[in-house]
Design a protein around this ligand. Structure first.
Ligand code: ADP
Length: 455
């Protein structure tokens, strides 16, 4: 009996021990399995084993944590997908831009603040005559262009950084031909306070050649026309003189005198034409010096003393303007042409006011001289052709005054434009760069540099 009771107690306690241990080990094993699964990336795994008391709390907390982990994982995955899509779009846009830059026929090159090439396209390499696809990043821009253009280019890059954008035209000889390049430099913000430049280089050789041919054709036509005009009265007068010499009538001496006056007048016109034409063709090279623009304006006006008595001159000359780098004689001649035209345009006007104004330009980089009048004003057609050589609406005009003035201003790196005046008449605006801005070389290319500035 005692043995039976002992055996029963023994088995009961073993069963109880096993039962109790299962209550703890089963959930712990399930927890361990679930952890391994989650570590392998199966975030949907949960512990389903029954557990009570503290073990039950542990299982519940674990399942909760696994749920949080799964939803965070979803959020991270969708953010990653969005980021990847955005990156792809950026990459596609970058490739598109690169293709555009590589395809455009103009040379494009970006530089850092020290003038070192950061990136350049194939067209730029072709323009520079570089054999390989594009110049290696790290090359200096001045080493890629011929030495004679380096200084001009450096000045343009400086001006572009200061003013946002600046242009120049350079000319050099390469492979036995003259190459003309139009270079525009624009300021480029590189980030982190760094400022570089982007250059757009265009080959204008063919364009210039075509323009010159056209200009010469026009000049030749105009010269022929201007010479033909006085030839007809000369021929007619000579014929008349001949007739009267044969017939010798009583009024013949008078008629012959009149005819000779006509011939002399026409010869005078021809001489003026030839003088002006040769002046246009052989301008002495300007000798720029630091000048006071107000003095030049006064000197130009002094040329007309005694001739414009019936005109009211309104001076508005800003005192103590910074000096301009100019050939005083040439600028005086250009301004005199403008004053002469203004005086002539006011001949038929009741109100005759000649305005002369000097001021610093709004951007502070140039001096502006304005010559205004209350004359006949400018029609659209006149405004379009004003600065062309031999364009004149006057009976005895040569049409060279304004083209000479424009040429002089161009040679100084400046610009000239015309606009309507208030209340009537015309206003001519001459812009001359200040000494610092015009301290770049006065090379032959500089003469053509500001052709675009002419209205
Ligand atoms: P020209 O005086 O010999 O005609 P310019 O080149 O000086 O030659 O002028 C060209 C033309 O421009 C003039 O014929 C005239 O029609 C016009 N023009 C120039 N200045 C003025 C002005 N101040 N007012 C009106 N028209 C002008």
């Amino acid at each position: 009996m005692l043995l039976l009771i002992t055996v029963f107690v023994f088995f009961s306690s073993v069963w109880l021990a096993l039962f109790l241990s299962k209550q703890i080990t089963r959930p712990v094993e399930a927890l361990a399995d679930a952890m391994n699964e989650i570590a392998r990336g199966r975030y949907g795994r949960r512990v389903t084993a029954m557990a009570t008391g503290e073990m039950g709390d542990l299982v519940h907390s674990f399942n909760h944590m696994a749920g949080d982990l799964e939803s965070s994982r979803h959020v991270a995955e969708s953010a990653k997908a969005q980021l990847t899509a955005a990156n792809l779009a950026v990459e596609e846009r970058r490739r598109e831009l690169e293709t555009i830059i590589e395809t455009i026929p103009s040379g494009v090159v970006t530089l850092d603040s020290a003038g070192v090439v950061l990136q350049a396209n194939r067209a730029f390499a072709a323009l520079m005559g570089i054999k390989k696809n594009a110049p290696q990043p790290g090359a200096r821009i001045e080493n890629l262009l011929p030495a004679e253009c380096a200084e001009d280019l450096a000045g343009t890059i400086r001006r572009g950084s200061r003013m946002g954008a600046a242009s120049t035209e350079v000319e050099f000889h390469a492979h036995g031909r003259t190459v003309h390049l139009a270079i525009t430099s624009a300021r480029l913000e590189l980030g982190r306070g760094q400022v570089g430049s982007v250059l757009v280089v265009e080959d204008t050789t063919e364009l210039l050649r075509a323009q010159r041919q056209l200009a010469w054709k026009e000049v030749a036509q105009q010269v022929a026309h201007e010479i033909k005009n006085p030839l007809t009265p000369i021929a007619l007068s000579a014929e008349r003189i001949g007739r009267h010499l044969d017939r010798a009538q009583p009024d013949s001496p008078n008629i012959i005198r009149k005819c000779s006056e006509v011939i002399l007048g026409c010869v005078g016109t021809l001489r003026t034409l030839v003088d002006q034409f040769s002046a246009l063709a052989q301008f002495p090279a300007p000798q720029p010096r630091a000048c006071d623009i107000n003095q030049i304006v006064e000197a130009a006006l002094a040329l007309f003393s005694g001739r414009i008595e019936e005109i009211t001159v309104q001076r508005n000359l800003t005192p103590e303007l910074p000096p301009v780098m100019a050939d005083a004689e040439s600028i005086r001649r250009a301004l005199a042409n403008l004053i002469d035209n203004a005086a002539e345009a006011m001949q038929g006007s009741l109100l005759r006011v000649l305005g002369l104004r000097t001021a610093l330009s709004e951007d502070g980089a140039a001096i502006e001289v304005t010559v205004s009048d209350t004359g006949s004003g400018l029609t659209d057609e006149i405004r379009e052709r004003l600065f062309l050589p031999f364009y004149s609406t006057k009976r005895r005009g040569t049409g060279l005054g304004l083209s000479i003035a424009a040429k002089i201003v161009q040679e100084h790196g400046g610009s000239i434009s015309a606009e309507p005046n208030e209340p009537k008449g015309a206003r001519f605006l001459v812009r001359l760069p200040l000494m610092e801005a015009s301290a770049e070389p006065a090379s032959a290319a500089a003469a053509e540099k500001s052709a675009k500035g002419i209205a």
